[in-house]
Write a protein that binds this ligand. Structure first.
Ligand code: VG1
Ligand code: CO
Length: 576
């Protein structure tokens, strides 16, 4: 051990064995805080060009390591991360490979003993969660901006998942943010890049890097939940499926499980090779972005079942022949039939949905006598409920469903679930949903996104709504009366933590809802999300086009918030 100062200002605090200048060493480098490194709904997401700034990624990861290392008894830097194992991988988007190398060098310098790295730096978000859980690691770092566009001018992202496999809670993400704002130095190895493509063990400083098959652990979890023989039998009998992986990370997982293991014909998974820029597709699986899949499912020779996943393979869209399933309905149908699936044969502990997700699942929960929780948007809020054994299935309106098998939403899991439902009942996607509506009623549902709004316009709109809230209850709009108007706040039933300002909701006396919320995943301007929902019990009135069925609620939203006047937009940029 020796202390020295290098020409670039970096301070050499230790190096190994000899004093040869090419030997790898752990060095400290002075740094300065970057503003705005606060994680949003799901991690820190910024333009690639922002992440490419020298020390931008380094600062965030150093802050994370500092927080994870914790203070010792005297308030000095602690060593909680020392000797621990972390999982590392990402969705393969542009900058993924460079970021992996940087993070490995920081991890090695900050005491991490071992990293389980997905081969090529690849791990889908649910697979990363599965690896953390199966190998009982300290936690993991996931590199993804999920459904955001990729490529050199697209987005990049990073988030930390804890030892339960789930996204860090707000206490931790806030602590990391606070640390980024006072950081003065980085501790990093100056070793050469390692080979991230060859399976097996390598050494980086004192740290072992184990390059692992990104699919193996995840596939093992799927095998434990679903009846693979039943699914194999379906394909043998000619069942047809089209999975659009949108040139994103889900491709290799879907190919390995659906085609190689379950015998679906080659070509069942399309856009199956992950590309750094997603081949210019927007890997957000909704009917607008996955229009090619929608077109195939509307053709005369449509497959029996269609599905798509997003950039990091945690989202799913379920499509039948000529029939698109809303994510909120998907959660409700899955809940109603869960016992048909081996992994859920003994029943569910409870269910949870994010606040803007439709209340369709609430009706199923009531009928099955299950507890049903309403959480803020973002998967991190399901973690405590899952860990405490209070819920088994969770879902969000944004094409996300998942269960206690991991602590992330899971796109391919949802596809296997729906495939299994069709195999077990012999019914089509459309029949399953229509029968569901007949039994439970239909919750017409849509989300209108107003993208690229000026941040101050969006903030003023929300602030004005907050001011208007107290006068809204009792106000009559056409046939409806407002029964409740508030800014959603959540008290976590497990740890009592409080999350405020989670979206403005107007509840009406007929069960309809209008919700306003600002997105927390974008990287440019603000996105206003308007969520509209209306309940119809009468089967004779369940076949209206969705936008038509909700037009009167959209008009109420406009009357209350003045979105068009404020934004100058004639309508939403996306309505799904
Ligand atoms: C969006 C969705 C939210 C989801 C989040 C992360 O957040 O609305 O339901 O959990 O993305 O999904 P926001 O704050 O933009 O509304 V993913 O697949 O992008 O990690
Ligand atoms: Co995602």
């Amino acid at each position: 051990m020796k202390t020295d100062t290098q020409g670039n200002g970096a301070k050499l605090v230790s190096f190994q064995l000899t004093e040869r200048s090419d030997i790898m060493a752990i060095i400290t480098i002075p740094t300065q805080p970057f503003a705005g490194q606060r994680p949003g709904t799901s991690g820190l997401r910024k333009k690639v060009t922002v992440f490419q700034q020298p020390r931008y990624l380094e600062n965030f990861v150093q802050a994370l390591c500092d927080v994870l290392n914790g203070p010792d008894a005297n308030g000095h830097p602690g060593r909680l991360l020392h000797g621990q194992t972390l999982v590392l991988g990402g969705d393969g988007r542009f900058h993924n490979r460079a970021a992996v190398q940087t993070i490995l060098k920081l991890a090695a310098a900050n005491g991490v003993a071992r990293v389980l790295l997905g081969q090529g730096g690849i791990l889908s978000t649910p697979a990363a969660s599965a690896v953390i859980r199966r190998h009982q690691t300290f936690g993991g770092i996931i590199l993804s901006a999920s459904h955001n566009p990729g490529g050199p001018y697209g987005d990049f992202g990073i988030k930390y998942n804890a030892g339960n496999g789930g996204p860090a809670n707000e206490t931790l993400t806030e602590a990391v943010y606070a640390r980024t704002q006072v950081l003065t130095q980085l501790c990093i190895s100056d070793a050469a890049d390692i080979d991230i493509d060859t399976l097996g063990m390598q050494q980086l400083e004192q740290m072992q890097v184990q390059v692992i098959d990104p699919v193996a652990d995840y596939a093992a979890v799927m095998r434990s939940l679903f009846d693979f023989d039943l699914l194999r039998g379906m394909f043998k009998k000619g069942f047809t499926l089209r999975v659009d992986a949108m040139n994103a990370v889900g491709g290799p997982y879907a190919r390995a499980i659906l085609e190689a293991e379950l015998g679906a014909p080659a070509g069942t998974v399309v856009n199956a090779v992950p590309l750094q820029d997603f081949g210019d597709l927007h890997p957000d699986p909704n009917p607008v972005n996955a229009e090619d899949l929608i077109a195939h499912m509307a053709a005369s020779d449509a497959p029996d079942f269609g599905a798509a996943m997003d950039g990091d393979a945690d989202r799913n869209m379920v499509v039948g022949r000529h029939f698109v399933v809303s994510p909120s309905d998907s959660l409700a149908v899955m809940t109603a039939h869960a016992r048909l699936i081996p992994g859920y044969r003994s029943g569910l502990l409870g269910v949870a949905r994010s606040m803007p997700t439709s209340a369709a699942v609430d009706r199923v929960a009531k009928a099955l006598n299950l507890s049903c929780f309403e959480t803020p948007t973002g998967w991190k809020f399901f973690g405590n409920l899952l860990d405490a054994g209070r819920v088994t299935l969770c879902g969000e309106e944004s094409y996300g469903t998942g269960s206690s098998h991991v602590r992330e939403k899971d796109g391919l899991w949802a596809i296997l679930f729906w495939l299994s439902l069709q195999g077990a009942t012999g019914k089509s996607v459309e029949t399953l949903v229509r029968e569901h509506w007949q039994t439970y009623g239909r919750n017409y549902y849509t989300r209108h996104d107003y993208e690229g709004i000026a941040v101050d316009v969006a903030n003023t709109l929300m602030a004005d709504l907050r001011v208007a809230l107290p006068a809204l209850p009792g106000r009559v709009f056409g046939q409806r009366t407002v029964s409740l108007a508030d800014d959603f706040a959540y008290v976590d039933p497990v740890d009592g933590s409080v999350s405020k300002n989670q979206g403005i909701r107007l509840l009406f006396d007929d069960g309809a809802r209008v919700i306003f919320r600002l997105s927390g995943t974008g990287t440019e301007g603000a996105t206003l999300r308007l969520y509209l929902e209306r309940y119809v019990a009468d089967p004779a009135r369940q076949n209206e086009p969705v936008q038509l069925a909700l037009a009167d609620l959209a008009a109420i939203a406009e009357q209350v918030a003045g979105i068009r006047v404020r934004t100058g937009m004639a309508g939403p940029s996306v309505a799904t």
